[in-house]
Structure formats: C-alpha cells, structure tokens
Design a protein around this ligand. Structure first.
Ligand SMILES: [Zn+2]
Length: 103
C-alpha cells in the first residue's frame, strides 16, 4: 500500500503531490504552506469540501462537508486535536465508502 497524506488522506503516489515528511508521516503539498508549516484546519477543510464537490458529480455542499469531516477525522494528523472545523455531523460509513468508490 502506498503512502497517503496524514492530514487529508490523499494518495502520494506521484512525487509532485508530495509536500513534506514529518515525524508522523508525509503530508501532501495541498496541506502545507510555502514555508512547510501545516495549513489551518479550516483551510484544509474548505479545500476538501471543494475537492469532493468537484470530484463526485451530484455531491452537494452539505454532503461534501460531512464527507470531508469524516475523512479528516480519521487521518492520523488530526487525532487528539480539538479542531472547531471538525466538529459537527459526519458522513455515515456507507456514505463515505460510496464517495470513495466514486473517486
Ligand atoms: Zn493532504
């Protein structure tokens, strides 16, 4: 199994998607700032919502937000962090699997 971003779960099979390596694991270039620091939760969340709406036709904002919240909540980087943007309804396992299958 290939490596995935510890913040957003993006597969890092392509070198150009890779951002930085941390003690916890790798991060994709979309989750970090130019200086190599990790972007704010809300910023990564917003990017995730846009990604799922664009990537899966017919996904409305409400569902995209719940999918993104679920996706980020299971990634290693966000474990044990109390982030406001990750609080709220999450997609069900079924909705989440269905979404991933369409990517
Ligand atoms: Zn990422």
């Amino acid at each position: 199994m290939g490596k995935t971003c510890i913040s957003c779960g993006m597969p890092l099979n392509n070198k150009e998607d890779f951002g930085i390596e941390t003690e916890m694991g790798p991060l994709c270039k979309y989750c970090i700032n130019e200086d190599g620091s990790v972007k704010a939760c809300a910023e990564i969340f917003t990017g995730g919502v846009k990604f799922f709406m664009d990537a899966i036709p017919g996904t409305d904002k409400e569902l995209a937000e719940r999918i993104t919240r679920k996706n980020m909540s299971i990634q290693p980087y966000w474990q044990g962090k109390e982030e406001e943007c990750l609080k709220g309804d999450q997609a069900t396992d079924e909705e989440f699997q269905e979404a991933l299958a369409k990517l």
